[in-house]
Design a protein around this ligand. Structure first.
Ligand SMILES: [Zn+2]
Length: 396
């Protein structure tokens, strides 16, 4: 039996994965008209990964337009449906999970969090999702299984209040989205948890560095997405790439132009195939996130490939300026807490939320150095919170 942390030889893992892939592919082919049509109406047993690599990709658009058609279990076995609105459109993407799908994710959270905390430790969770099977509910359940004490705070709207709760509860570990956790660290440097897990958004190296420097803590990275039932890959204490849930996903990095798989170390689209998904198997699902794998042995002893880095969304990275670059630049400055930006006709405009007393000239200067060819306009945001999540809108 292969589990997330099994350190089996790569060949053995691949044999297990190919067997699971065959099962998932045939099930999806049987249940989904859309998938049958994508495959041209026929399918044969996959004897090797080269056979597998001839299969079509699935994308967000397939889930949006044919989501229900891709459900492979009777309605009564569906435990949870997550509806996601695609940014900028009215389209809704619905992902389906059974009890078993959720249960296996909780086991991953249980195992994956153990290096960070132990029985009796308080873990503050600054993640969204009030539903019991949402991300913070599943994480809480995973933590409770080994006796850690989860506190489901939700997203932070009042940083003073969040800091006060932390000073009362003295969490050993804090879990949250990178930018809000960084802001909490800069607002309340005295909290000093031992460990921090950042997830659910692009983690700029400057964000991870600030959190670790200000709090003197270890920062762990996790990558996950709704389509993966949240959990996907997480760092071990050696911080040398995120260990993938190899029992649940077969991962490929795809060259965006040729559609061919790339070797370890080369950056492309993170693409995965579910191996044990009951409700909605996904085969060669292009996540739209860009990253690369590493096969350098990890300090923990694992020799299996890991997700070395996630650089951002394919769509964003194809443009200049892009939000990931701006994160890297601005979040290296402790004065900057958050921002919203828009770009069009050579003008990059930003509303910046700064630390009290800080001035706009610092951020303005570093942006101008990076984007010599652009006009930079900055404005101080004087409220407590920016309206909505940080973003870069393109006006043309
Ligand atoms: Zn490791």
């Amino acid at each position: 039996m292969i589990t997330w942390s099994s350190d089996v030889p790569l060949e053995e893992l691949r044999a297990y994965q190919l067997k699971c892939i065959n099962e998932q592919v045939f099930r999806l082919f049987r249940c989904s008209r859309r998938y049958r049509s994508l495959c041209g109406g026929t399918i044969e047993t996959l004897d090797s990964f080269s056979d597998f690599e001839n299969l079509p990709f699935l994308s967000s658009d397939d889930i949006i337009s044919a989501g229900t058609d891709m459900v492979c279990v009777p309605q009564r076995e569906i435990r949870r449906i997550v509806s996601l609105k695609t940014s900028g459109t009215e389209n809704v993407k619905r992902i389906y999970f059974t009890f078993g799908d959720i249960e296996r994710n909780i086991s991953f959270f249980d195992e994956g969090m153990r290096p960070l905390c132990t029985a009796g430790d308080t873990v503050m969770i600054f993640m969204p999702g009030a539903a019991p099977d949402g991300i913070s509910g599943q994480l809480s359940e995973g933590l409770s299984r080994f006796g850690a004490i989860p506190v489901r705070y939700g997203l932070i709207s009042d940083y003073g209040e969040a800091a006060l709760r932390c000073s009362q509860l003295k969490p050993n570990t804090i879990v949250g989205l990178p930018v809000p956790v960084r802001r909490l660290a800069l607002t309340a440097p005295e909290i000093r948890p031992r460990n921090v897990l950042l997830s659910a958004d692009y983690v700029s190296p400057s964000v991870a560095d600030t959190v670790s420097r200000v709090w003197g803590c270890e920062v762990y990275l996790h990558y996950g997405l709704t389509e993966s039932c949240y959990g996907f890959a997480v760092e071990c204490p050696y911080h040398s790439g995120m260990h993938i849930r190899n029992d649940e996903f077969y991962v490929e990095i795809i060259d965006p132009s040729s559609g061919l798989p790339l070797p370890c170390g080369e950056e492309g689209i993170i693409t995965f195939t579910t191996l044990r998904r009951e409700a909605m198997p996904l085969v060669r699902y292009r996540t739209g996130d860009v990253g690369y794998l590493t096969e350098e042995p990890c300090g923990c002893g694992s020799k299996l490939p890991r997700l070395a880095r996630v650089s951002g969304r394919e769509k964003a990275l194809s443009r200049r300026p892009n939000i990931n670059e701006i994160d890297d630049i601005l979040f290296a400055l402790d004065d900057v807490l958050d921002y919203r930006a828009s770009y069009g006709s050579g003008v990059l405009s930003l509303e910046l939320l700064l630390r009290p007393g800080a001035e706009l000239c610092g951020p303005e200067r570093v942006l101008q150095e990076k984007y010599e060819e652009l006009t930079i306009q900055t404005e101080l945001w004087t409220g407590e919170q920016l309206p909505g999540k940080r973003a870069l809108e393109y006006r043309d």
